[in-house]
Design a protein around this ligand. Structure first.
Ligand SMILES: [Cu+2]
Length: 127
């Protein structure tokens, strides 16, 4: 008689543990999706600039005025960007958050990267 109750108690405890483990699992997933949503939208606009040999992904980058995070990626070769009017210098994988006012901000590659280096010119147009 006593043994039967112990078995029932053991079953009840394992069932509770299983259920709470499942509950915790789905809760983590929800937290993950919320976290990734907020990280992609955080910090105002993001301007992504990338470079290859020997050009940037666009010649003109139009962005609205306000707080913008400029992030730079070098997809081929070793490049960087220098935006003198903003005091921003970035190399591969770096980013900077700036408060942009309307105007034009020319920039160029800031690493001596070879034969096409002088052609690596582009500009940010803030409206
Ligand atoms: Cu260069």
């Amino acid at each position: 008689m006593q043994k039967k109750w112990m078995v029932l108690f053991f079953l009840a405890v394992s069932l509770t543990l299983l259920l709470s483990a499942c509950g915790a699992g789905s809760g983590e997933n929800e937290t993950d999706s919320v976290a990734s949503d907020s990280s992609s939208g955080a910090g105002g606009d993001t301007l992504e600039i990338s470079a290859t040999n020997w050009s940037f992904n666009q010649e003109t980058f139009e962005v609205p005025a306000g707080e913008t995070t400029i992030s730079f990626t070098s997809k081929e070769g070793v490049h960087g960007i220098s935006i003198p009017d903003l005091g921003v210098d970035l190399t591969d994988g770096e980013s900077a958050t700036v408060d942009l006012e309307p105007g034009e901000y020319p920039f160029s590659c800031n690493i001596a990267c070879g034969q096409g280096h002088a052609d690596m010119q582009a500009k940010i147009v803030v409206k």
